[in-house]
Design a protein around this ligand. Structure first.
Ligand SMILES: *Cc1c(COP(=O)(O)O)cnc(C)c1O
Length: 389
């Protein structure tokens, strides 16, 4: 065995790998699997965005760019913050990276000192705890309550604070729960964070996928003090069906942005030049594609939630944002066991909740066609009536 650095030795591979491998094996054996596991939209990247990338290649935009991104993309990001949230950033405070995940990695690397505590509301996106550990920080999990929409309460945040608390990671709309905070809820939470001099990393990658009447509030828009402590992470992956293009970005206070740029300049250098041009087209071009995605997703959400509620032993809230239903399966069994059984016994792939810190749940993605959702629900109903004595 090679002696691996302790930094990575404690990091486990994704807990869903075994399930994904099993789904693949079933498919290879000719057994159809209905996939409710997807963490990305099934839509194609809009044509005008693809066209911009093709033009970029033809125009020879094939060399290194500034490591923090091209001036045009950083300006487009600034324009977006101003347009959507009234936030004024200098382009030097915007760092473009190889996906929002990379932005999160960079932010944690430059802010986290060994032993610093990073507060993470649970259920959380699977990558937050490993990202914190890779920065030698200590994840401190704050449980939330399903009956309160899986939203962190200020008192719960307060109760987890220690002198080592450094950072709070917020994610709304949330993966896996779809939770979206009202402006008042968010303000109350941010007030506690600011009173304790925390930095806030706000992962707003799903900001465009919020279903009316719910509305997204940007943490940094809650006042100058909030903006001075917030690193907003976002990207084009989820809003524009561009997961493969690998473009994320963040807006941060100047000193933090500069440190992230330095780190990135020695690690990956710039994100792909061609993808950056595509991201400019996404952010500055027509936004009708996003509205269309949102309308279709809202219809799928309703279909899925309605169907799941018909099945004995399952319960779920209708998510306010993102494209997941976080379903309580405790009436049927433990989340990972249920996910395994559904895959084996009725060819349904879902993601067990334990990777998100909530083992009584499974995550259904509705980033798949209505036809697939109808079929999958039908199979689950059949399974349920067969399994119930
Ligand atoms: C998908 C996702 C990301 C990562 O997005 P990329 O830009 O593709 O790296 C970050 N945060 C959350 C909560 C996500 O679901």
């Amino acid at each position: 065995m090679p002696s691996l650095a302790s930094r990575v030795a404690g990091i486990e591979a994704s807990p869903t790998l075994a399930l994904v491998a099993k789904a693949k094996a079933l498919r290879a054996a000719g057994k159809p699997v209905i996939d409710f596991g997807a963490g990305e939209l099934d839509f194609d990247t809009p044509a005008h965005i693809k066209a911009a990338a093709i033009r970029a290649i033809e125009e020879g935009l094939t060399r290194y760019t500034a490591s923090a991104g091209t001036p045009e993309l950083r300006q487009a990001v600034c324009d977006k913050f101003l347009r959507d949230h009234g936030l004024r950033y200098d382009p030097s405070c915007v760092i473009v990276s190889c996906g929002a995940k990379h932005s999160l990695f960079n932010a944690l690397q430059v802010l986290c000192e060994r032993g610093d505590e990073v507060l993470i509301p649970s259920p959380y996106w699977v990558s937050y705890p490993p990202l914190v550990k890779l920065a030698e920080g200590v994840p401190v999990i704050i449980p939330t309550d399903e009956r309160r929409g899986f939203k962190v309460e200020p008192a719960a945040l307060k109760s987890r604070l220690t002198p080592r608390s450094k950072l709070l990671i917020l994610n709304a709309p949330a993966n896996p729960t779809g939770a979206v905070y009202t402006q008042a809820e968010l303000a109350a939470l941010v007030e506690v964070a600011l009173a304790h001099n925390l930095y806030i990393i706000s992962d707003e990658i799903y900001e465009q996928l919020v279903y009316p009447p719910h509305r997204h509030t940007a943490v940094a828009s809650l006042g100058a003090e909030a903006a001075a402590r917030t690193i907003t992470v976002n990207g084009v992956s989820k809003s524009y069906a561009m997961t493969g293009w690998r473009i994320g970005y963040c807006a941060a206070p100047q000193a933090i942005a500069t440190a992230m740029d330095t780190l990135q300049s020695h690690a990956t250098s710039n994100p792909t030049s061609i993808s950056q041009r595509a991201a400019v087209a996404a952010l500055t071009g027509p936004q009708e594609c996003v509205a269309e995605f949102r309308r279709e997703l809202a219809a799928r959400r309703d279909l899925m939630v309605e169907g799941l509620r018909q099945i004995p032993g399952l319960s779920c809230e209708s998510p306010a944002g993102a494209f997941y239903v976080f379903c309580n399966v405790s009436g049927v069994g433990d989340g990972s066991r249920v996910a395994q059984r559904w895959l084996e016994e009725c060819g349904i792939m879902v993601i067990p909740g334990d990777g998100f810190g909530a083992s009584a749940y499974v995550r259904f993605s509705f980033a798949t066609s209505r036809e697939m959702i109808r079929r999958g629900l039908g199979q689950l109903e059949q399974w349920s009536s067969a399994a119930t004595p």
